[in-house]
Write a protein that binds this ligand. Structure first.
Ligand SMILES: Cc1cc2nc3c(=O)[nH]c(=O)nc-3n(C[C@H](O)[C@H](O)[C@H](O)COP(=O)(O)OP(=O)(O)OC[C@H]3O[C@@H](n4cnc5c(N)ncnc54)[C@H](O)[C@@H]3O)c2cc1C
Length: 381
């Protein structure tokens, strides 16, 4: 049983959460550490998750999703992340950022030819970051020049989750100078002039196939421009707003799994003739972790519910992403401490949770960028 969970769920929400928890515990958790250590991703498990309806929870049913809301997606992603963080990260990028981008900004042809594949278990990726431009995305240099009925893309994208195994990829490239000169394009597996190189030995998320992608005279038909030329950055920010809520929900799931593993170890492990869970120092750490998790979860719920009700949740999203990512890291760090030396070796998942959690104060906007966003809301309101 989880130590804490959501309150006030409807019957449908409870059922969805229970289904996702069962899948996470029975199908994901068992092999997650092995996949992490080997740096492998299981396409079979991914297809199984698709079959079970966990990929594209808020994508319309007509495109193969469940047609539910952001809150429902968060319920599912919290559970899956607790089972295997890399696996959940892949779903959040594939269905969330890539699928979500096409859903909100793509043409009917782009939606119909790609999204149903993504919800059936094909992999999507989404690439804005470059070596030269991470937080400052508007400075990106990858360029797309139109020649007749195609764009010729040159440049490179850094840190692309599932950059090795994607079937569909949304990228951002410059069609004009300035921040209004960035456009989004759809790249397909096997496109000539597009080459992925794995980023060996990432600290965490080792099963998520992080790669650098190079474009050398990559010819992309004009029909693969997403939306209008120059609208790329606005599209990216809109897509990231939902992405950050899902990512925060994943932080809750990882933190919860880390705390449960730590509590279970502490009850079994004895020192000085009693379980280490009896020691006040450890009890204090576990109580602090429980508070971190409960607070993060409430912030995720607030951000998701406002979005589902059609409201502007940008401030709540910034608060949730900032708090949940840092709280997750604190909880996972305490998890290692509670495990003692066993938290530091590959035998227990405590280290995997900590390494995986480490990315969340960086990805989809660093903590520092989010502090700026929070202050912008504070001073501009
Ligand atoms: C495992 C992994 C997976 C990723 N997956 C993807 C993906 O699928 N697609 C994708 O596009 N990207 C992805 N990223 C990239 C990620 O989003 C970037 O790493 C992140 O946006 C930060 O950019 P940067 O690494 O260039 O750091 P920089 O922008 O160079 O930042 C360096 C430091 O400066 C600080 N800083 C920068 N600007 C400011 C500011 N204005 N105020 C205060 N501090 C500031 C930062 O907070 C940070 O501490 C991934 C990264 C990792 C590690």
């Amino acid at each position: 049983m989880p130590l804490m969970t959501h309150t006030e769920l409807t019957q449908e929400e409870s059922t969805l959460q229970a289904e996702a928890r069962e899948f996470a515990q029975k199908r994901l958790a068992h092999g997650a550490l092995d996949r992490d250590l080997a740096g492998t991703f299981s396409c079979e498990l991914y297809e199984e998750a698709a079959e079970a309806g966990f990929i594209g929870v808020k994508i319309p049913e007509s495109l193969g999703g469940r047609g539910l809301g952001l809150f429902d997606e968060c319920l599912v992603m919290e559970e899956l992340a607790g089972g295997d963080p890399s696996f959940a990260l892949t779903i959040s990028i594939s269905a969330g950022l890539c699928g979500g981008h096409l859903l909100h900004h793509g043409s009917d042809a782009q939606k119909n030819s790609h999204i149903p594949h993504l919800t059936k278990g094909k992999i999507g990726a989404w690439a804005i970051t470059e070596r030269i431009a991470g937080s400052h995305a508007a400075a990106l240099e990858c360029e797309a020049k139109q020649h007749g009925d195609a764009y010729i893309i040159n440049g490179a994208k850094m840190f692309v989750t599932q950059g090795m195994g994607f079937d569909s990829l949304v990228i951002f490239a410059r069609t004009l100078a300035g921040k209004d000169g960035i456009s989004a394009f759809l790249i397909e597996k096997g496109d000539r002039g597009c080459r992925s190189v794995p980023l060996a030995q990432t600290l965490g998320m080792r099963s998520a196939g992080t790669a650098e992608i190079f474009f050398q005279n990559c010819e992309t038909p004009v029909e693969r421009l997403i939306g209008e030329e120059g609208d790329g950055l606005r599209q990216a920010m809109q897509v990231l707003n939902d992405g950050r809520v899902v990512l925060s929900a994943m932080c809750v799931g990882i933190a919860q799994a880390s705390l449960e593993a730590a509590a279970s170890h502490a009850k079994k492990r004895e020192a000085f003739g009693k379980p280490v869970s009896d020691f006040g120092g450890l009890r204090g750490m576990m109580a602090d972790s429980a508070i971190d998790i409960a607070t993060s979860r409430e912030m995720v719920v607030a951000a998701a519910r406002i979005r589902d009700a059609g409201g502007d949740n940008r401030e709540e999203v910034a608060l949730a992403k900032l708090f949940a990512s840092e709280a997750c890291l604190r909880v996972c760090d305490r998890g290692i401490q509670i495990h003692g030396g066993y938290g530091y070796i590959a035998e227990t998942p405590a280290g995997m949770f900590w390494r995986d959690a480490r990315v969340f104060t960086l990805g989809e906007g660093t903590s520092e960028v989010h502090r700026n966003l929070v202050c912008r809301h504070l001073f501009d309101s």
